[in-house]
Ligand binder design. Structure first.
Ligand code: ZN
Length: 426
């Protein structure tokens, strides 16, 4: 699939430190240790509606991972999927009497526009579920052959993974069985389905149903793939096992990331799927999690259409820590707009407070589990000192600060000295 255009990424003097992030499977902040190329998989959208601020916050968190790694001298192989066939897409298309393919293409295009406007670095591989079906089917065939999956004996052709044969099951979320059962029922699973070997067995393949699209499947059974095997397959096809970060929203801790890992580990008879499982918290509105089912969504495209600067949206979302559930409010946005204006005024001056301590501070804060609020506070402090007329002001400082804010926080300021805008730094 077509990704989106990459924003210019300024090169900064020196290199940043090792990135530490919170790994759900270990329950603590751990140092990442990528090789020359860091590998990251972040679960993408199901394109049946526009990008809301909860999505945006998640992709911005992993954009910081990408930026901190690159600043530390790593190349980054970033992969994201598009779940361009799944129940919610078909249900929305049916509700609106629209072709599901047209709906998916339109919403994916809008997502690309939103990511471009927010200056999110694009994935190297942006892969759809539909284009991956032949590989997914081959993987399910392998699991059936190895006796790790089974066809349900009710004529539907549905195929499940037998988790009793998955020794790593539970390692990612570390949830007990009751918690797993609760989330499984709540988030698209079918613990009470008759004929399954275990209530927590996840669906790998949904046999063909009347009126639903289908593709040739395992053992000649037409149908469509389950969601977790889709991500396991795309990750294995692109970055392989043992990649550095599996990312997504905290609502993917279970079941999605648990099962993606279990599928991939069963397919390869190796572990781990990912070396760290990193989860971004939820964005709320009016005291509730922002979600489709509650209908309380604020869309990035709507804000852009209303003339809101995407850099203010970016700053507003990054002003909270990625692991803290937080609310979107009008005040949050206006505070970000004021902050952006303040930063613009500071970098537009002919000189500014020394840049080197700020650059070091930004690197230190962001590499420490993506402390974006701490990083933003340092820029606020630099801007305040610059606007107050710092006695140690340096002519080069505004340009270096512009590059640092752009490269590390992804916030481009249009009042920066021109040399920075051209990206001609060595
Ligand atoms: Zn996924």
């Amino acid at each position: 699939m077509l990704s989106w255009p990459a924003p210019l990424l300024p090169t900064l003097p020196g290199t940043g430190p090792v990135l530490k992030v919170h790994d759900t499977s270990r329950g603590e902040v751990v140092a990442t240790s990528p090789g020359s190329t860091a590998r990251m998989y972040v679960c993408g959208i199901t394109p049946y509606d526009a990008t809301h601020l909860g999505h945006a916050a998640t992709y911005l968190a992993f954009d910081l991972v990408n930026r901190v790694w690159r600043d530390a001298g790593h190349a980054v192989h970033y992969v994201q999927n598009v779940t361009d066939i799944d129940d919610p897409l078909l249900e929305r298309a049916d509700r609106d009497s629209e072709d599901w393919i047209v709906l998916g293409m339109r919403e994916t295009a809008l997502f690309r526009e939103d990511m471009t406007a927010l200056r999110v670095l694009p994935p190297e591989d942006y892969v759809g579920a539909v284009e991956s079906i032949p590989r997914i089917v081959a993987h399910i065939e392998d699991l059936l052959t190895d006796g790790l999956a089974y066809v349900l004996d009710d004529g539907t052709g549905d195929i499940y993974h037998d988790v009793s044969q998955a020794p790593g099951f539970g390692a990612e979320s570390r949830y007990d069985e009751a918690t797993m059962l609760g989330f499984f029922a709540e988030r698209g699973g079918d613990p009470d389905r008759a004929g399954k070997r275990q209530p927590l067995d996840p669906m790998l393949w949904r046999g063909e149903r009347p009126g639903e699209p289908s593709w040739p499947g395992p053992r000649g059974q037409a149908g469509r793939p389950g969601w977790h095997i889709e991500c396991a397959t795309i990750a294995l096809d692109t970055i392989g096992m043992g990649f550095d970060v599996q990312g997504g929203g905290s609502d993917l801790v279970f079941p999605h990331h648990e099962y993606s890992a279990v599928h991939a580990e069963a397919l390869t008879a190796t572990k781990p799927f990912a070396r760290a499982y990193v989860h971004a918290a939820m964005i709320g509105l009016d005291g509730e999690k922002m979600s489709k089912s509650r209908g309380n969504l604020v869309f990035v495209s709507r804000l852009r259409g209303d003339g809101v600067d995407p850099m203010a949206i970016r700053l507003a979302l990054l002003s909270g820590h990625y692991r803290t559930d937080r609310a979107w409010t009008a005040d949050l946005l206006s505070a970000a707009e004021e902050r952006l204006a303040l930063w613009q005024r500071a970098v537009a001056l002919g000189s500014g407070a020394p840049a080197a301590p700020l650059l070091a501070g930004l690197r230190e804060r962001l590499s420490d589990d993506l402390d974006s609020p701490g990083a933003i506070a340092l820029v606020d402090d630099w801007a305040a000192r610059t606007l107050a007329g710092d006695p140690e002001a340096e002519d080069e400082a505004p340009r270096i600060v512009c590059d640092a804010i752009d490269a590390l926080l992804g916030v481009a300021l249009d009042s920066c000295p021109r040399a920075s805008a051209l990206g001609d730094r060595g």
